[in-house]
Ligand binder design. Structure first.
Ligand code: ADP
Length: 484
């Protein structure tokens, strides 16, 4: 498969530094491959620490001006960018499927979802509000919301566009600038987004896309006193490392880290709602989302019927190249991801797990979906995020046991449960120790709702109006009124 972009100019193999498209002075580059075929798509510059530093300085100059722009001006830029994304949906989706592997229809869905953050925060830009207090007759206090300043973002490969706009849009809406390091596995989506930002009228230097190795770029971003905030989406391991590295400059942090989402099906659930919710939550992006159901707990009364219905649906999933319109499950991102899934399945089988339907089949980076029954808490698949199309089912008898097992994880991002009992719905919804809870739905991401986790799943919230607050500082402006 080769690109057939309507607008080939969207595919850039240079970095976007301080408003200029450049190769690196390092002379070095990284190759990017197509996970379906292993073929090289192209290269990207391996930007140096010095180039990262220069991008930070450009962002500082640009932000000094941008913070004085009107909210209407910021909204107009975001809306122009939004429209350009929609106009180029097909090309953006092709680039994404090529470098990330997800089915083209899912990639198109992500383009729309990613663009929705630009529109949402365009509107939010015009709704930043402070407060006025009258604490004593001779004092007024105005509480102002001001942009945090120069910010940085480090983003992952599983949602190559949405994880960027979810950070960039509120940053620009608030009056901040941003230096972005996208995943080295999916840089072309990020660069195409920057082409469109430039066409939308992005002021020079306000957003840079620094490509290359994390170890060259990450420490420069975290050590810089100019950068006042870092927004990161990725693994808990890297998130906590970035937190440590950011301590010396006391940066504000938003961290959206790993999850290990439980999904509980109670006897009183609507079976078909529970089955379709589970399919949606588990198999999107071949199971490579941080909110994918990772542990499915099913009450004994509905257990066998649920497994039967699920097995029939799993058997109908097609695996293959994301450009094939018949495919629902694309490749995993790299060989390490495939090895982890294999290890989890083998470990579960060795400890008494049972495959329902077809066994695990691996061809290159294509991993067949597998339904596992009789899963227990001792198995690796119960303890770690699998990030693949494996659906492990645990049987349980009592509500409190299911909730206890669901909460028995250091992570706290998404959780799901299915019941038609109104009292149970409240009880379980409040007992689940997660940043997001889905009742009778397999989806918890939408632009208007805060997205984020508790415990080791991270800090802060993205999307919704809280997403903008993350890029605003509070200033208390005290005004003395001497007696006349
Ligand atoms: P995943 O396990 O999903 O690949 P990572 O946390 O490894 O998640 O990667 C998410 C992002 O963090 C990517 O852009 C990656 O390049 C970046 N990254 C990885 N290691 C570091 C590091 N030591 N410092 C800064 N960024 C890093």
């Amino acid at each position: 498969m080769t690109f057939s972009l309507n607008d080939p100019d969207l595919f850039r193999q240079t970095a976007f530094l301080g408003g200029d498209w450049k190769t690196s002075t390092s002379g070095k580059s990284l190759t990017v491959d197509n996970p379906s075929t292993g073929e090289v798509i192209g290269t990207i510059p391996a930007c140096t620490a010095e180039e990262t530093g220069a991008a930070i300085e450009s962002a500082q100059v640009a932000q000094a001006k941008w913070r004085r722009s009107s909210s209407a001006e910021r909204a107009a830029l975001l809306m122009a960018w939004y429209q350009l994304m929609l106009d180029h949906t097909e090309d953006l989706a092709q680039i994404m499927t090529m470098e990330q592997g997800k089915p083209l229809v899912e990639a198109k869905g992500e383009v729309t979802y990613a663009a929705s953050f630009l529109k949402w925060f365009a509107a939010e830009a015009e709704h930043v509000q402070g407060e006025a207090l009258v604490p004593t007759p001779d004092r007024r206090v105005i509480i102002l919301k001001e942009p945090v300043g120069v910010t940085a973002a480090i983003t992952p490969w599983n949602f190559p566009l949405a994880m960027i706009t979810r950070k960039c849009a509120p940053a620009l809406a608030a009056g901040c600038s941003m230096v972005l390091k996208p995943s080295e596995l999916t840089p072309y989506s990020a660069l195409a987004l920057a082409v469109l930002a430039e066409r939308a009228g992005l002021p020079k230097g306000l957003l840079s896309v620094v490509t290359g190795y994390a170890q060259d770029i990450g420490p420069t971003l975290t050590a810089s006193p100019i950068i006042r905030k870092l927004s990161f989406t990725g693994s808990t391991k890297v998130g906590s490392l970035l937190m440590r590295q950011s301590a010396d400059t006391v940066k504000k942090l938003s961290l959206e880290l790993g999850g290990n989402a439980p999904l509980i099906v109670f006897d009183d659930a609507d079976l078909s709602v529970a089955v379709s919710g589970t399919m949606m939550s588990k198999f999107r992006n071949a199971g490579q989302t941080c909110v994918c159901a990772n542990r499915v707990y099913v009450q004994s009364g509905i257990h066998d019927a649920f497994l039967d219905r699920l097995a029939a649906k799993v058997a109908r999933l097609n695996i293959g190249d994301g450009f094939d319109p018949q495919v629902q499950i694309g490749p995993l991102i790299n060989d390490a991801a495939v090895a982890k899934v294999k290890e989890h399945v083998e470990d579960a089988l060795a400890k008494g797990g049972r495959v329902i339907g077809k066994p695990l089949e691996i061809r290159g980076r294509f991993v067949s979906p597998v339904l596992l029954a009789d899963v227990t808490a001792e198995m690796k698949i119960a303890q770690e995020e699998t990030f693949g199309p494996i659906l492990p089912v645990f049987r349980f008898e009592y509500e409190n046991d299911a909730v206890e097992q669901a909460n028995a994880t250091p992570f706290g991002l998404a959780s799901y449960f299915f019941t038609n009992d109104i009292s149970r719905a409240w009880r379980v919804g409040e007992a689940l120790d997660f940043g997001m809870v889905g009742l009778n739905t397999g989806s918890v991401s939408m632009v208007s709702a805060p997205f984020g986790g508790v415990k080791q799943s991270g800090l802060g919230r993205e999307g919704g109006s809280l997403g903008l607050e993350e890029f605003l500082e509070v200033k208390s402006f005290h005004i003395g009124l001497p007696a006349a």
